[in-house]
Design a protein around this ligand. Structure first.
Ligand SMILES: NC(=O)c1ccc[n+]([C@@H]2O[C@H](COP(=O)([O-])OP(=O)(O)OC[C@H]3O[C@@H](n4cnc5c(N)ncnc54)[C@H](O)[C@@H]3O)[C@@H](O)[C@H]2O)c1
Length: 346
């Protein structure tokens, strides 16, 4: 098989690229190298004969047609996106451009390629999406694949729109697709503007650790290597036209998550005072969803997939990785917007 993976220089895409190559798959990584990208994430496979890189924008129809013709992929895994909710509040246009228009352009290129091959039934367009399309939950309940869409941020609305396009290309044109909606990821190579790296890196720098609102928002945390494994499971064994929710079975309130990370740091990199003393409550994000939780029954019962690590185990590995990889994260902190408060709605 040849997998065309978009967004493979990002956080999750690079984990998928590394795992797919390790499993002997041929991979073409298509990435525009935005502020969120880092080719070091895939440095371990860069010289592997199974791996190719194409520096291209998914909104560029000509480039997409050329790349499909050159590499003849048998499947697409579409992860390229603008992904930071706070940035979507300040500048929603880029999210519509890439997540909606870019997905449309990629779908058209994939469709033309698939039709040119004679519409093979085993072709797959795998669209990687988020549980944020379902909106917010109260204190109870979980998202299933049948939960109605109710996105609340420009980011989640753009992802919801892209999910609908993928579904429509399946229903209207017969393009073989699978969709996945996943909870919050964390782990190595997480860009330093997202919550967990911010907590680790601010703590190490002795800076305030910002917690939005009262820290009561609940997320279902999934270790990124587990997500990559789930994505390859769905790609190879998921049913054509079906969507699968992927969760970590690890719900935590933000304040509890931050406190856990501080406790790990107290053990691994002791300081003169507990890192939790740096926790600082800041103005909440507008439209901040209270709780996300995934019902993983479908992927577990139909595909036999479960996460391999608990939140405690995954956080320990993550903190160890950031402690050992300052050369990776230090230069990224100089990129535009990183370290600044974004998305206050002002
Ligand atoms: N991070 C999460 O917790 C999470 C959870 C569920 C779903 N997702 C989804 O998974 C996917 C990957 O998320 P991530 O956290 O790895 O994102 P990321 O921001 O780390 O990486 C996105 C990658 O896409 C590339 N990209 C952006 N615009 C592009 C364009 N127009 N053309 C080509 N490449 C472009 C960037 O250069 C970057 O390498 C996204 O679709 C996101 O919506 C993320």
């Amino acid at each position: 098989m040849t997998l065309l993976i978009t967004g493979g220089a990002g956080f999750i895409g690079s984990a998928v690229v590394r795992q797919a190559v390790a499993r002997g798959q041929r991979v073409v990584n298509v990435d525009a190298l935005t502020y969120a990208a880092c080719l070091e994430n895939v440095a371990s496979v860069a010289d592997n004969p199974l791996y190719a890189f194409e520096h291209a924008d998914i909104r560029d129809a000509e480039a997409m047609a050329r790349i499909f013709a050159a590499h003849q992929p048998t499947a697409v895994m579409h992860l390229a996106a603008e992904s930071h909710v706070d940035r979507s509040i300040d500048g929603p246009g880029a999210f519509i451009e890439t997540n909606v228009n870019g997905t449309y352009t990629l779908l058209q290129a994939a469709r033309a390629h698939w039709e040119g091959l004679g519409r093979p039934a085993d072709f797959r367009f795998h669209h990687i999406s988020t549980d944020e399309v379902f909106g917010t939950l109260g204190d109870t309940g979980q998202f299933t694949e049948d939960t109605p869409y109710a996105p609340n941020s420009p980011y989640s609305a753009s992802k919801a729109a892209s999910d609908h396009l993928v579904r429509a290309w399946h229903e209207t044109y017969g393009l073989p697709v699978v969709l996945t909606n996943c909870s919050n990821n964390y782990g190595p190579y997480h860009f330093p503007e997202k919550l967990i790296p911010v907590v680790i890196l601010n703590a190490l720098a002795g800076k305030p650790i910002p917690v939005y609102g009262q820290g009561l928002n609940v997320r279902d945390w999934l270790y990124v290597e587990d997500h990559a494994d789930a994505l390859l499971t769905v790609l190879f064994r998921g049913e054509n036209g079906r969507s699968y929710n992927i969760g970590g079975e690890n719900e935590a309130r933000n304040i509890d998550l931050v406190t856990m990370i501080c406790a790990i740091l107290d053990r691994l990199r002791p300081s003169d005072r507990p890192y939790a003393s740096l926790i600082t409550y800041v103005q909440d994000r507008p439209g901040h969803d209270l709780r996300y939780a995934i019902d993983p029954t479908r992927i577990r019962t139909e595909l036999g997939w479960r996460p391999s690590v608990t939140l405690e185990q995954g956080l320990e590995k993550t903190v160890e990785w950031y402690l050992a990889n300052e050369d990776w994260w230090r230069p990224l902190q100089a990129r535009a917007g990183v370290g600044q408060r974004l998305g206050t709605g002002k």
